[in-house]
Ligand binder design. Sequence first.
Ligand SMILES: Nc1ncnc2c1ncn2[C@@H]1O[C@H](COP(=O)(O)OP(=O)(O)OP(=O)(O)O)[C@@H](O)[C@H]1O
Ligand SMILES: [Mg+2]
Length: 461
Amino acid sequence: MSKNLNEKIPILVVDDEENLRHMLHVLLSRQGYLVELASDGEEALRMALAGDYNFILSDIKMPVMDGAEFLSKAVAAGIQSTFIMMSAYGTMDTAIECMKQGAYDYISKPFKNDEILLVLKKAAERERLKAENRQLKEELKREFSFSDIVSRNPRMHEIFTLIRKVADFKTTVLIQGESGTGKELIARALHRHSKRKNAAFVAVNCGAIPHALLESELFGHVRGAFTDASSDKAGLFEQANGGTLFLDEIGEMPLLLQVKLLRVLQDEEIRPVGASVVKKIDVRVVSATARELEQEVAANRFREDLYFRLNVLGINLPPLRERSEDIPLLADHFLAKYGERFGKGGVRLSQETLRTLVAHQWPGNVRELENCIERGLLLCDGDLLDVGSLPENLRGKSNGRAPVAGFMPDSLSIKKAEEMLERELIGKALEKTGGNRTHAARLLEISHRSLLYKLKEYEME
Ligand SMILES: Nc1ncnc2c1ncn2[C@@H]1O[C@H](COP(=O)(O)OP(=O)(O)OP(=O)(O)O)[C@@H](O)[C@H]1O
Ligand SMILES: [Mg+2]
């Protein structure tokens, strides 16, 4: 919707009073707007669907279809114009309701010419900021994501760099990290950035296959090798030929098979169960474990020689609690992902939800966060994901009703407590008014100026 400077800005004026329409037409045209007029909500809706107005200035009380209904239908139809409602005596509550529905602002009738121009100017400024914000977000997304992996954490970025560097080499890679930290995602990224990307990526969970079957699963078998082997069967190594084999939960591999795996890695050939000849293979092996493999080695549960062989290149994924700066970014990422899947786009996290998420320790790491957002999105009403939609075990922690205790269990400072309370209330007021500071200040019963001052002081801008 950004327009060239000397291009006129399209605005739709909706009012049933002819005098007012005429007055606004003259006033706004003189200011360089391209003004079109409608006399009720229904006509306005038709015009808004067909046209592309930056602003819609709409009366509330009108025959046929009133302003509130027009607004909600327009928003539902995906019309992106900035709405400013004109409220006459007695429609103030509706005006506020309209702001919750997505109107940017309202102006009380009767108004002076300057007032309406000022509101439009402010709205234009917000539009500019919104566009800038969208662009920044896009840039951030590009900067902070690597092949579906989202992170702004320096250690994670070192890992991205490492992946780019080594993707093309056949070196074995061992990925270690707690459950849900993204080990499989990293393995797939290694594959996708390598020359092998057009061949198969085969994943096998060594912990999920019964030990007795694992050998033939990996290396295949020939007909008659055992009772159920009625025909030759290729193993996963063969399926991954030319590509990547991902051995997940490698720590679960039985010791006997560890010996065989080591030999395969050294010789680059496999011997299917029951076969007398070996087959050459070309497979990049990436393995992963949530167990401390070094401890497993120390306890003689994992062969040291295999450990060294697998760990030619080690990647240690930090747990989410050590990169909490990623929490808001990941939350956004999953909101977008599941928003699209569930047809619930545009849902935002409330300030309190965000604080709660950042304060949580995430024992289940990114997977736990992903589940939490998916669930919250399903449960939430409207376009704000409130703490009420978070799982019970998270909610207790940063409770909005006890901000002081929640944030500073060991501080008795009244000054700090006041600050926390103020932050809390300002956050809530801004949430309620969709970020409109003038209205937020009114709700907070402080002056606009002092709200601006506090926002700056608390770096909440
Ligand atoms: N940095 C990230 N950006 C986006 N999504 C992520 C990130 N890390 C993990 N995920 C998502 O979190 C979920 C868990 O990731 P993944 O399966 O790779 O973890 P894992 O370490 O293999 O877990 P486990 O040890 O339980 O097998 C997946 O849905 C994955 O897409
Ligand atoms: Mg996994």
